[in-house]
Design a protein around this ligand. Structure first.
Ligand SMILES: NC(=O)c1ccc[n+]([C@@H]2O[C@H](COP(=O)([O-])OP(=O)(O)OC[C@H]3O[C@@H](n4cnc5c(N)ncnc54)[C@H](O)[C@@H]3O)[C@@H](O)[C@H]2O)c1
Length: 276
């Protein structure tokens, strides 16, 4: 169902790799709500994934950019403004990658060069995007910027590794930049803490399927899917949420406020009785 919530709004969507990507779903929902957007990803991800098909479907362009590279970002923003003939209204940062996770380096045996890369790709890139937009005055008043986080930013989840540190930093950047951008330009900045979701990035975490099952058992509303997440993002890009900023917003079916559920209890007692 469409409500035309984003009619006339224009934006940049980072991170659509393939049909599973949260950014991909967001692009689809944004188009349905009347938005226009430019898509972007790294050149390698563009080759590996299927972003061109998404661009074709919505008659838009893909501008390659590595979100850790400030020159790439400036080029992306200026080309986007050229494309639209003016400023934008929303930005989605849907970017995450840990080379330590990829190489299965344990958190207590981390490679520090890779640790820097994790932070640069998954968190500092958010600052770089915001700073470039701010300096180039690329976002209209009451514009909205969203990045995607995970509850491991605040509580320990085994195997989430250095991505937990990156997500903590990401959420902090939303608060620190949100203050400046809000006060000076009325641009709002939030993070969404999303349920575990079966995507390429998600599946990189060891034991990810068990984590999905666990979260499903613990969440009264069940896990939020990528489509659900796209719906939530649309509301935050819309004019209906103009006074929401500097927040980390849980979108997880209630998981973050649970301690133990009946389903969880049953699974544990079943596991324990099988062990005896
Ligand atoms: N999948 C989950 O369980 C889950 C849960 C909570 C939060 N998130 C977050 O959602 C976001 C989107 O991930 P997803 O699950 O849709 O997976 P995904 O693999 O589809 O998307 C990750 C994207 O990051 C892009 N990327 C990596 N390095 C980049 C760089 N240097 N510059 C620009 N882009 C780069 C990849 O090309 C890819 O498109 C990530 O921030 C992820 O951490 C995911």
């Amino acid at each position: 169902m469409s409500y035309n919530l984003l009619k006339g709004k224009k934006g940049i969507i980072f991170g659509a790799l393939n049909e599973q990507s949260i950014a991909w779903k967001t692009a689809e929902h944004a188009a349905a709500e009347g938005a226009e957007f430019v898509l972007t990803n790294t050149p390698a991800s563009m080759r590996f994934g299927t972003i061109d098909a998404l661009a074709e479907k919505y008659n838009t362009i893909v501008i390659p950019a590595d979100a850790t590279n400030t020159e790439d970002l400036e080029n992306l923003i200026s080309k986007t403004m050229e494309h639209f003939g003016g400023k934008i209204d929303f930005v989605l940062h849907s970017i995450g990658m840990s080379p330590n996770v990829r190489k299965e380096n344990a958190y207590n045996d981390i490679n520090y060069n890779l640790y820097h890369q994790t932070l640069d790709i998954s968190a500092i890139s958010f600052h770089k995007i915001l700073q470039a937009c701010y300096k180039m005055d690329a976002i209209n008043e009451w514009g909205s910027v969203i990045a995607l986080s995970y509850i491991a930013a605040e509580r320990t989840f085994c195997n989430y590794n250095d991505m937990a540190d990156a997500k903590s930093m990401l959420e902090s950047i939303a608060r620190s930049f949100g203050y400046i951008y809000g006060q000076e330009k009325h641009v709002r900045i939030n993070t969404i803490s999303q349920s575990p979701t079966k995507t390429t990035a998600g599946s990189g975490i060891t034991g990810f399927n068990n984590l999905v099952d666990y979260a499903e058992m613990m969440s009264p509303l069940g896990n939020a899917s990528a489509d659900d997440c796209a719906d939530y993002i649309i509301t935050l890009f819309s004019d209906l949420t103009r006074k929401v900023t500097m927040q980390n917003l849980f979108h997880d079916g209630g998981f973050s406020n649970m301690g133990m559920s009946i389903k969880g209890m049953e699974a544990i007692s079943k596991g324990l009785s099988e062990k005896k």
